[in-house]
Design a protein around this ligand. Structure first.
Ligand code: AMP
Length: 122
C-alpha cells in the first residue's frame, strides 16, 4: 500500500490541521485523540511516512524505532499514567479497523481499561 500524503495525520505533521501536542522530538509526534475513549487517549505517530505497523517495522531505521517506543513510555510518564497503568494499541489493516493510513499507536489510561478485546460476536 502506498502512502497517502492527504491522510489526516500527514496534514497534522505539516501543521495544516491543529493538534494538542503531548510530546515531540525529531522522529515522533504525540497528540491528544480528537475523540477520546479514556481520560488519557494520546496518539503517537512517527514523522516518517509509514502506512502501518508492518510498514514501519520493515522500513524504519533503528533510530526511528527506538525513538518511537521511548516516546510511548514518555507519553505515559507525561500524562501521569505510568504508575497507574496504561494500554497501547495499534490497529493494523482492515480487520483491526485502521481508519488513518499513517502508522500510529493509541495510549489509553486514567481509568480501569477492562478486557483487552470484547467477546466475539455470535
Ligand atoms: P485508528 O482507527 O486506529 O486508525 O484510529 C484513528 C484515530 O484518529 C481515531 O481514534 C480518531 O479519533 C483519531 N483522529 C482522527 N482525526 C483526528 C485529528 N484531527 N486529531 C486527533 N485525532 C484524530
Amino acid at each position: 500500500m502506498t502512502y497517502d500524503r492527504d491522510n489526516v495525520f500527514a496534514k497534522i505533521l505539516r501543521r495544516e490541521i491543529p493538534n494538542k501536542t503531548v510530546y515531540e522530538d525529531d522522529y515522533v509526534l504525540a497528540f491528544e485523540d480528537i475523540a477520546p475513549q479514556a481520560p488519557v487517549h494520546v496518539l503517537v505517530i512517527p514523522k516518517g511516512e509509514y502506512v502501518s505497523l508492518s510498514d514501519f517495522a520493515a522500513h524504519a531505521s533503528e533510530a526511528e524505532i527506538a525513538a518511537f517506543f521511548r516516546a510511548v513510555a514518555t507519553v505515559a510518564e507525561k500524562t501521569g499514567v505510568a504508575e497507574t497503568g496504561y494500554r497501547f494499541l495499534a490497529n493494523c489493516g482492515r480487520d483491526a479497523n485502521q481508519e488513518v493510513p499513517h502508522f500510529h499507536v493509541h495510549v489509553f489510561g486514567g481509568r480501569r481499561l477492562g478486557r483487552m478485546l470484547p467477546p466475539p460476536r455470535a
